[in-house]
Design a protein around this ligand. Structure first.
Ligand SMILES: C[S@@+](CC[C@H](N)C(=O)[O-])C[C@H]1O[C@@H](n2cnc3c(N)ncnc32)[C@H](O)[C@@H]1O
Length: 343
């Protein structure tokens, strides 16, 4: 695969990663800790280095359950697959193992350095890594078979993020967190990204989009939003979200998620057709169940297990049983996995 025929930004190869003129930093790990981690990566293998520096993330990087959702895609060895926001390669590395030509794009070079090591250790040379801001990425028309956007769309309007401090920062009126360098609203940024992806997909190509549901049932009982760490924020109308965010955090609310109907409308506006929704339980990162509307009858309570308090366990078990298993309300599912065709 000739990457420069697909990615049209000006690129320079630097230590195995194609460098554009735009990058950034988004990670669960603070940048300072990351520097020490990368030093060890030169002399140790990727798993050993993760175990040494952030064992709490081993599961999220290496667990085979991470690709539980993308199995729907029926990958062919000839497929060109773009993993937009590939991070540590939790999806892109296993997809490369299936023989596909993988393009991993992310703004965070540090994460891709881990991914590069994983690819090298496995002797996989059919993956290309590109450091680029997805909002600035330029792609050739009809050049890609499958595009994965897993937990990324909602972040596109944000700037740099060190997740822990980002969530804590949000609670402070003096937040120093850098806002994305744009005045467009999150919807417009996300829509223009999806339009670009739509143009880049081949005629019979597919988009795989995984994202939290803003009306996830637990958001109504005060669970913390996994992006901002704020409670109830996702379920308010947009103008109230903005008002609440400004009042309690001193900055805008940018990590917009959507209801099923809103997400479908957005994909249609971006040019997609034939849009199929699946529902991920208990989340899309390591899905234990991925159900269709007809399959909702097989839904079983799962999330109550994650709570320590017996009251919360009982409350959530009851809600999951009534709303998911009995009423089959997929519109309250934790997350959506959407497969959309270009045509
Ligand atoms: C929540 S992580 C998801 C990672 C990966 N898709 C997965 O499922 O493991 C979000 C990733 O998106 C990347 N990202 C967020 N906004 C971006 C942007 N504007 N341009 C490029 N990458 C971005 C971050 O750097 C981060 O690696």
């Amino acid at each position: 695969m000739d990457i420069q025929k697909i990615v049209k930004n000006s690129l320079k190869l630097q230590d195995g990663i194609w460098q554009s003129d735009s990058g950034g930093y988004w990670s669960n790990i603070e940048q300072e800790q990351m520097t020490k981690f990368l030093e060890d990566l030169d002399s140790m293998d990727s798993l050993a280095v993760v175990r040494k520096h952030f064992p709490q993330h081993e599961e999220v990087i290496f667990s085979p359950q991470r690709v539980g959702g993308v199995g729907i895609l029926d990958f062919q060895p000839s497929d060109v697959v773009l993993d937009a926001g590939c991070m540590w390669g939790a999806l892109a590395v296993p997809i490369a193992h299936m023989g596909c030509q993988v393009i991993g794009v992310d703004q965070t070079r540090e994460s891709m350095q881990l991914m590069k090591s994983r690819l090298d250790e496995a002797g996989l040379d059919q993956a290309q890594l590109v450091q680029c801001n997805l909002n600035k990425l330029q792609l050739a028309d009809e050049s890609i078979d499958k595009v994965i956007v897993n937990g990324v769309l909602e972040w596109l309007a944000e700037g740099n993020v060190e997740l822990d401090s980002f969530q804590k920062d949000k609670l402070s009126k003096n937040s120093q967190t850098k806002k994305a360098d744009t005045d467009q609203n999150p919807y417009d940024i996300q829509l223009s990204f999806l339009k670009k992806i739509n143009r880049s997909i081949k005629k019979d190509g597919l988009l795989y989009l995984a994202i939290e549901n803003r009306f996830d049932i637990i958001n109504f009982i005060g669970a913390k939003d996994p992006h901002t760490g704020q409670r109830f924020i996702t379920i308010w109308p947009r103008f109230i979200q903005e008002f609440m965010a400004k009042k309690f955090t001193g900055r805008s609310y940018l990590t917009w998620t959507y209801s099923k109907a809103e997400l479908k409308d957005m994909l249609i506006e971006a040019g997609f057709n034939n849009i199929e929704f699946r529902y991920a339980f208990s989340n899309y990162r390591q899905p234990e169940l991925v159900l269709t509307d007809n399959g909702m009858k097989q839904c079983i309570p799962l999330r109550h297990r994650t709570f320590n308090s017996i009251i919360k366990k009982v409350l959530l078990y009851s809600l999951e049983t009534v709303f998911y298993s009995w009423l089959r309300l997929s519109s309250l599912a934790p997350a959506f996995i959407v497969i959309a065709k270009k045509q």
